[in-house]
Design a protein around this ligand. Structure first.
Ligand SMILES: [Cu+2]
Length: 162
């Protein structure tokens, strides 16, 4: 009984630091959008953004081929519909740097050709390190997309088992 509790405690101690990728956001981080792929077509930015936590104080850097791409910051609905009629800002030169100064979701799309509808769009949730510590539910899309991802994983596991 005592042993079991000790093991349980050990699990908490060992597992907790690994639960978040950046437990101490003391150093601001520059997030290079798409990593080595940059800002381009054929990159899964939903997946890219899920793999990291965006803290207030960090920055977001877009690197792209300026002839074929650009970066427009837009609002939620325009992100959803790939609409460039009400943009917040537009940047045509690479690299483009955005400082993440306040918490909240920010939306970016490529306004060139039909790149946005092809998936060249990015939504990030900027979190305040003091209040959220980057919990999964605080990610872009909230619990809904997290549950969707979870159900896909569970579904895949069930598929493997049967
Ligand atoms: Cu583009």
């Amino acid at each position: 009984m005592k042993m079991g509790r000790a093991i349980a405690l050990l699990f908490v101690v060992v597992i907790s630091p690994a639960a978040t990728q950046r437990p101490t956001p003391d150093q601001p981080v520059s997030h290079f959008v798409g990593d080595g792929d940059g800002w381009n077509t054929g990159v899964n930015y939903v997946k890219w953004s899920k793999d990291q936590i965006f803290y207030v104080g960090d920055s977001l850097v877009f690197k792209f081929w300026a002839i074929t791409h650009a970066v427009d910051e837009v609002r939620a609905n325009d992100y959803k519909n790939c609409n460039t009629d009400n943009i917040i800002s537009s940047d045509q030169t690479s690299p483009t740097n955005f400082s993440l100064v306040i918490p909240g979701i920010r939306y970016f799309i490529c306004p060139k050709s039909d790149h946005c509808s092809q998936g060249m769009k990015l939504a990030i949730n900027v979190v305040d390190a003091n209040t959220t510590k980057g919990s999964a539910a605080a990610r872009v899309g909230g619990g809904k997309s997290f549950m969707l991802a979870l159900s896909i994983v569970v579904g895949a596991m069930l598929g493997v088992m049967t």
